[in-house]
Write a protein that binds this ligand. Structure first.
Ligand SMILES: NC(=O)c1ccc[n+]([C@@H]2O[C@H](COP(=O)([O-])OP(=O)(O)OC[C@H]3O[C@@H](n4cnc5c(N)ncnc54)[C@H](O)[C@@H]3O)[C@@H](O)[C@H]2O)c1
Length: 283
């Protein structure tokens, strides 16, 4: 099946990035939020991101306008009625995601593919909330979605070969390198990344070094593009907490147990860049 129009659920950090990425690749996109205020916030983030690309000389002003023209915002799920693919990027909560999938199943064309950007929740559980489990898969983008080269595609025990093939072709049409993972918490990248980030937070909490020195040590000593605490702020402490909790629940290994400092920061609203405060302060 050919994907002609893409729907995106949620216009937060990931949803706005995914909508921008798809529109830049030439797809008409409709992006859903729960109210006008959040929708406008998400659309403004896309606008700013595209303007930054123009300032850096990576995008021409006419291409910026054409990309924006391909993105329509909505607060009505019915606007997904003509999408061949809908990518869900709402908050990481299984009950909410199941509700969204059940609703999408009623509204989207019968042959449409429903995808989730979940970081660690069971995709087969979402698929079973629909009557089209064979056409459900994970499309796991990385932040910032327009920039990061990787797309993890997650296949459940019910995902058909045709759905997987369409997912791969779609990912490649966005310019991504695609890897395939089974439907297991954390997939490939988070299964490896989360223990690393949690260890960096444990090292900070132990008083071994300052946050700046931990980040510098990893950047220069391991040749990472950014330090783990900066990365944690970028991903969001709430996301890290929920992914770590899900991994711990599934595997029961102490390496996945979120340290108390993460829980405290989440309770205190120190979620990272998105709230202006995490390990670092942001304007
Ligand atoms: N943050 C990351 O680096 C990252 C990376 C990969 C995947 N993910 C996953 O992507 C998803 C979104 O994460 P995020 O960081 O963008 O979160 P976010 O909080 O920035 O954005 C989520 C958005 O979804 C909206 N939303 C909630 N319910 C909705 C509904 N019923 N309909 C439409 N919109 C709804 C919220 O209003 C919010 O704006 C999560 O499943 C997360 O695990 C996150």
């Amino acid at each position: 099946m050919e994907i002609k129009k893409v729907g995106v659920v949620g216009c937060g950090l990931m949803g706005s990035g995914i909508a921008q990425l798809c529109a830049q690749a030439g797809y008409p996109v409709v992006v859903l939020e729960i109210n006008e205020e959040l929708l406008n916030k998400g659309l403004s983030a896309i606008d700013r991101s595209l303007s930054r690309s123009v300032d850096k000389g990576k995008l021409s002003p006419p291409d910026r306008e054409a990309t924006l023209a391909r993105i329509a915002g909505t607060t009505n799920t019915k606007d997904f009625a003509d999408c061949e693919l809908v990518i869900e990027a709402a908050v990481e909560n299984m009950d909410l995601k199941k509700k969204i999938f059940a609703e999408l199943d009623k509204i989207c064309p019968q042959e449409a593919i429903l995808a989730t950007n979940t970081s660690c929740l069971s995709i087969i559980e979402m698929a079973r909330a629909t009557a089209r489990a064979d056409r459900v898969l994970g499309l796991h983008f990385f932040s910032p979605a327009p920039v990061m080269a990787l797309l993890e595609i997650v296949r459940t025990t019910a995902t058909s070969d045709g759905t997987l093939a369409t997912g791969k072709k779609f990912g490649q049409s966005l310019g991504k390198t695609v890897v395939i993972a089974q439907d297991s918490p954390g997939f490939i990248v988070n299964r490896l990344l989360i223990p690393f980030l949690l260890n960096a937070i444990r090292v900070l909490d132990s008083g071994l070094a300052t946050k700046e020195d931990i980040d510098t040590a990893v950047k220069l000593g391991l040749n990472h593009p950014m330090g783990p605490l900066t990365l944690a702020d970028l991903i969001g402490l709430d996301v890290i907490y929920s992914v770590a909790s899900a991994l711990y629940e599934e595997f029961g290994e102490p390496q996945y147990a979120p340290p108390p400092l993460v829980k405290k920061m989440v309770s205190d609203g120190r979620l990272g860049r998105k709230t202006g405060r995490g390990f670092y302060e942001y304007k």
